[in-house]
Design a protein around this ligand. Sequence first.
Ligand code: ACM
Ligand code: ZN
Length: 540
Amino acid sequence: MKYLECLICFKISLLTFCSFNLNAQYKESDLPLIPRPLEMQKVQGIFLLDNQVGLDLKSKDADIKTASTYLIDLLKNDYGIQIKQTGAARSIRFELDPQIGNEEGYILHVSPQLISIKSKSPAGAFMAVQTLRQLIPIGQKDKLEIPAISIKDEPRFAHRGVMLDVGRYYFPVSFIKKYIDVLAAYKINKFHLHLTEDGGWRMEIKKYPKLQEISAWRDSTVIGHVSDKPRKFDGKRHGGYYTHEELKDLVKYAQDRFITIIPEIDMPGHTLSALAGYPELSCFPDRKYRVLTAWGIQKDILCPKESTFKFVEDVLTEVMEVFPSKYIHIGGDEAKKDNWKVCSHCQELIRREGLKDEHGLQSYFIKRVEKFVNSKGRAIIGWDEILEGGLAPNATVMSWRGEKGGIDAAKLGHDVIMSPNHYMYLDYYQTPEMRKREPVAIGSYLPLETVYSYNPLPNSLTKAEKKHILGVQAHVWSEYIPNGKHAEHMTFPRVLAMAEVGWTAQERKDYSDFISRLKKAAKFLDTKQVNYSKYFLEQY
Ligand code: ACM
Ligand code: ZN
């Protein structure tokens, strides 16, 4: 058996070697494929994609139509090509193939007569479509010369996410759609919407109208960095919120691009905007609360009263009506315990429940919320602070303060999404000159190469523990990102490096090869009017 396997292996290697040898001039980096596929072989010839090409759907699965319709619309809108339904000279074929092991895996063959896409599921077909899109030479229209090629591909991780903080600033739905479109082009499959912050509550909650009337708006916003002295403010009202209808439309838009939107309602901290509308949710209801106008961690947080849990459950009920995602992110980060320490209700609750301290109380809070979310058939994700005081039984941990929380959670048998700040916080500066050359940012320096270098599987985990690492995520916190154009500047191209971290097998990663491909990918970003940072073009 071993001998036979070796022989097969040798034959495959020989085949691969021969096919690359046939094209001695060809380098993988000649094609702008990001993330880099698992296996690819260039073959002779081209497929001419024009109005004579037809669609050949071998599967009746409605979802595969989502992938093929996406391709048809793309060819029409971006390239002026109308795909024929019958009687075509050449065709694009979609076929489901149960032999393919990975849900998002695919095999793409391009030959002069046929583009064949095989996948286990519609998601894989969509990923193949994105690869095909990247094979289209930039600048061509009407008649596209797709290089003949054979690609066998699958992702390294199932979770490849990006978080956008729409709490600190409101971003229009039209911008979010454009953003999702570009993320989908790089096979990112999770979009985490951070919907609530001290500086603004952005989701319509029908049962609590003051969240729309009061919590969604602030009077003014700090200009420059919060540490600048003296602090200056713009004196302008800022805010907005997304209605259920808008969010449902966004969910569908993302689904059509095989992206799941994971909503986050942050609690018990980062809730000052909610307290501005409903002070009774705090430990000190008689105090006045204002939606935050500058940035920083606040001591005013939710008080774990029965009426607060009722509010949280009502809010999450509406969240789960709008978002079909299995995961609901309930935050849990940076909840200062100052008020809980001096609140008679909180102290009594600690005594009554036999909790160790205020961290135990946060754990009690998160566990209660988890129980409610689980009872609706969903699961929670929380920031790594939810480990403090004891992890809720089924929680997935999003590790942001480095990898420690993720490692501890995986060792406890919990699922983990790795997003350590020093590799994955795209709100950090991207040049060594920082503020001397870039618009003001939160601080710290995160170059493209560092994002690319990240390996989400820490050496300190065993093979079994590594299975708990679902994947990787980049975060775009928006304290210093007031609009979509700026969000693009911070996100791109660093998120393309993250996309390759999440998708490409570790042994296939190569930074200089990535940079060659990125230079070509930049031309695609130009066609989409994406305001990416040009720094890498000076550097390399
Ligand atoms: C975080 O950066 N507070 C999750
Ligand atoms: Zn309290």
